[in-house]
Each structure stands twice: as structure tokens, then as C-alpha cells.
Design a protein around this ligand. Structure first.
Ligand code: UDP
Length: 410
């Protein structure tokens, strides 16, 4: 059997000060209607990337309103994760082969994992494509309601991998997408809903360290908190366009020679591309002492991410494709203006010109970074607007309510 991912308990009442009594009372009432329901979340990594980040909050929050929730991670070898990253990339629109050999390996590991799922759950949330097909190998042992949660932007999915995945998705009782245009072709799933992700305002990632502490943290990585900092927090991944960020920074640097560029990345265990892109980016940085490539390997954890997000001048998320982009939400919550790619879930989060800027090119990205550097008052106003937008729309209490309502409707 898969082992459970340990999570810290959470108390839903602790959120009353942030989201109000009404929202928390509603959650407790929804939880009462589902009391004792056994829930499983299944995904492909307990570390790195947005899904793991979400589950560390969603799992204990479900428990705190009366459900019995477990989180488990599927098992696979390096070849499987190489193939599933290609699958992910092809589903986000990259021209890649999806060969018979890849399909065979993908299905073999899904079958092996299906044998490890016990039938004790009333609801099973399966996250992303990596474990999506195991539902087909339960051999009549399927119990409870199964929900597929797609976190990626499949708007431009290549037909071959999408058509391969579709029959598996159609076996589910429910499906969750972040946006309606992510559905390429009609599904035969009885219930399809659109639920954007969220952040946990009480997690260490979103608790803002006080000024002295954040300066101390930033300085400990040889970054100067008194000089302008452009920050991108992302896995090293082609969709996050780190090379494009360097190009934008180089344009900005001509006007603001003091500017520093910091990348924070976590090396997710289900993402073998990380090291390859790290090397590519490192070569591209070409020894510039003001470009910093930092990751969990150097000790960047939640506290450090939060310190950099709070200490920087602005956050960039120059994605070319982005299912949602929790890093954007996190930055807006810290009152930072965000310059980000006009794509996917980012467009739900940033009101162009109000809480940041949406960009389509390296030049536009550089132009808006310069604009923010030159207008501190505007930057502050944008930060305030972004934080309010997150408070209203993208906190974990809203997402929990959406999930509970979905479960009640199945
Ligand atoms: N992250 C982190 N440390 C890092 C880089 C990223 O903890 O050095 C976190 C980041 O704060 C966010 C998540 O990884 O919570 C990335 O989620 P997002 O939705 O932005 O992108 P994904 O990796 O899922 O494509």
C-alpha cells in the first residue's frame, strides 16, 4: 500500500480573523453534512510544485471540518517520471512524440499503483496526468466517487496525448479544471466544475517575516536587500521561461545598474527536467554576479521563499503556459506588484495595470519592470489591490468550500 504523507493538523477556526465568521461557519456546516467521509488525495510528489503546496493545506483543512482525509503519493521509477514530464509538456502544447513505448511504460506504472489503492475511501481526488489512468485498472474494485483534478493548462494540448488521456478521464465521476477553456473536447464525466487553486494565509510560506529577519535571510544568500530585486519563484522549467526573464533583466539593467535578479526554484521529485534547466540557465547567466540561482539544495524552504517575496521590489512570473501559478498568488498576498505572462490561470489573478502587468514579450516585461521601479507609489497601490483580490478569491477557505460542495453534489 502507498504510505501516507504526514501533514501538520490545522484548525479552521484560526481563519476567522482573516475570512470572517460567516465563511468559517459555512465550512463547518458543509463539513457537518459530510462528517466522517473518508477522502484520499493521490498525486505524484510530496515535494516541489504547486500541487504538493496545495495538499499540505487542503488535507488538514478537510480534516478540521470533520472529514477523514489521507494524502498518498504514487510510486514510479525515473523513466516513468521522465515520460510523465514529456506527457505534461505535450498536454501543455509542446510538439513531442507520444510513442507506443511511452504509453506502455505509463500504463504499466499506473496498473502497479492501482493495485496499491485500497477501497476504503468515499472520495478519491486524483491529481494531474501522472496517476490519471490507474482508475482503469481497479478491476471492479472502484468504491466511492473518483474526481480527476487537472492542474495544468491543456488549452493547446496536442491531440495525440489528449486523445490518449480522454477515455481515462471519462471513467471519473467528477473532474475539476481551473478554467473552462482548458477542456479541449467534450468530456463524458457526469460532473465537471471549474475551481481555481488557492493559498493558505497561515502557512509558513505566506506568513511574512518581519523586516529585520527577511533582510537577514536575503543577505545570507549574498543578495543585497537595499538594492532593487527582481524575483521569479518557479521550478526550472521551459514553461516558466527563465531565459526570457534573464533577457528582460538585461534590458532593465541598462537603466537600473543596481538591479539584481533572483530565481528561487524547488527541485520537485517528479520533475527530472529541473537540473537540465538549471544548467542551461546557469550558462545563460554567464557569471553575472547579480543573477542568483537558488534552490532547496542551498536551503531555500518556505520561510526563505516568503522572505524573498516580501523583500523584493517586484515579482516576475514570465510563464508561457501556466495552469494557475500559485507563486503569483503568493506574491500578490505579500503586497507585491507582479509582472507576468498573459497566460492561463495568471489572467484570473492579475488585473492588468491594477495589481500588476500582463505581458506578451521580453521587451514588454522589461518595460513594465522599469515602470514599477520608477513609480514606488504606483507599486504600493498595485500591491494593495493584489492582496485584496487574493483575500476575496484565492484563499484556501474558498477552495475548501468549493471542494465540499462538489463532494456533496456527487
Ligand atoms: N516553491 C518553493 N520553493 C521554491 C520555488 C517554488 O516552495 O524555491 C513553491 C512556490 O512557492 C509555489 C509552488 O512551489 O507554492 C509552485 O507552484 P506554481 O503553481 O506556481 O507552479 P508549479 O510548480 O505547480 O508549476
Amino acid at each position: 500500500m502507498h504510505s501516507k504523507v504526514p501533514v501538520q493538523p490545522k484548525d479552521i477556526n484560526a481563519y476567522r480573523n482573516i475570512v470572517g465568521n460567516e465563511a468559517v461557519d459555512e465550512l463547518l456546516e458543509l463539513g457537518r453534512q459530510l462528517k466522517g467521509a473518508r477522502v484520499l488525495h493521490l498525486n505524484s510528489t510530496a515535494f516541489g510544485g504547486g500541487v504538493a503546496e496545495l495538499l499540505y493545506s487542503m488535507v488538514p483543512l478537510m480534516n478540521s471540518v470533520g472529514l477523514e482525509t489521507d494524502w498518498k503519493v504514487i510510486e514510479g521509477d525515473p523513466d516513468f517520471f521522465t515520460i510523465t514530464k514529456l506527457f505534461h509538456n505535450a498536454l501543455q502544447g509542446m510538439e513531442l512524440p507520444w510513442t507506443a513505448e511511452m504509453r506502455k511504460k505509463y500504463l504499466e506504472i499506473n496498473v502497479a499503483n492501482a493495485h496499491q489503492v485500497d477501497g476504503l475511501y468515499d472520495f478519491v481526488f486524483v491529481h494531474d496526468p501522472q496517476p490519471a489512468a490507474l482508475i482503469a485498472s481497479l478491476n471492479g474494485q472502484k468504491r466511492g466517487k473518483w474526481i480527476w483534478r487537472c492542474h495544468i493548462d491543456t488549452t493547446m494540448a496536442n491531440p495525440e496525448p489528449w486523445d490518449f488521456l480522454l477515455p481515462y478521464i471519462n471513467e471519473y465521476d467528477g473532474a475539476i479544471f481551473t478554467k473552462d477553456d482548458y477542456i479541449k473536447t467534450p468530456l463524458r464525466v457526469p460532473k465537471v466544475v471549474f475551481i481555481p487553486p488557492s493559498i493558505d494565509p497561515l502557512s509558513p510560506k505566506n506568513t511574512i517575516p518581519e523586516r529585520k529577519q527577511r533582510h537577514f535571510i536575503v543577505e545570507s544568500f549574498n543578495v543585497d536587500p537595499r538594492r532593487p530585486i527582481i524575483l521569479q519563484v518557479s521550478r526550472f522549467d521551459p514553461w516558466k521561461d527563465p531565459l526570457g526573464v534573464v533577457d528582460s533583466y538585461r534590458i532593465v539593467k541598462k537603466f537600473f545598474p543596481d538591479a539584481q535578479l533572483v530565481f528561487l526554484a524547488s527541485m520537485a521529485s517528479d520533475d527530472p527536467e529541473g537540473w537540465h534547466y538549471y544548467e542551461k540557465l546557469s550558462d545563460y547567466a554567464n557569471g553575472d554576479p547579480d543573477i542568483h540561482l537558488l534552490s532547496n539544495v542551498q536551503g531555500v524552504g518556505s520561510l526563505e521563499v516568503s522572505a524573498f517575496q516580501a523583500a523584493c521590489s517586484l515579482v516576475v512570473q514570465k510563464s508561457l503556459r501556466e495552469g494557475f501559478g500559485l507563486t503569483v498568488t503568493e506574491a500578490l498576498w505579500k503586497g507585491k506588484p507582479v509582472v507576468a505572462g498573459r497566460t492561463g490561470g495568471i489572467t484570473l489573478q492579475i488585473e492588468d495595470g491594477v495589481s500588476g502587468f500582463l505581458v506578451d514579450s521580453i521587451e514588454e516585461c522589461a518595460q513594465h519592470i522599469r515602470c514599477i521601479f520608477s513609480n514606488p507609489a504606483m507599486a504600493r497601490r498595485m500591491g494593495e489591490a493584489g492582496r485584496e483580490h487574493v483575500r476575496k478569491n484565492f484563499l484556501c477557505t474558498r477552495q475548501l468550500a468549493d471542494h465540499l460542495r462538489l463532494m456533496l453534489s456527487l
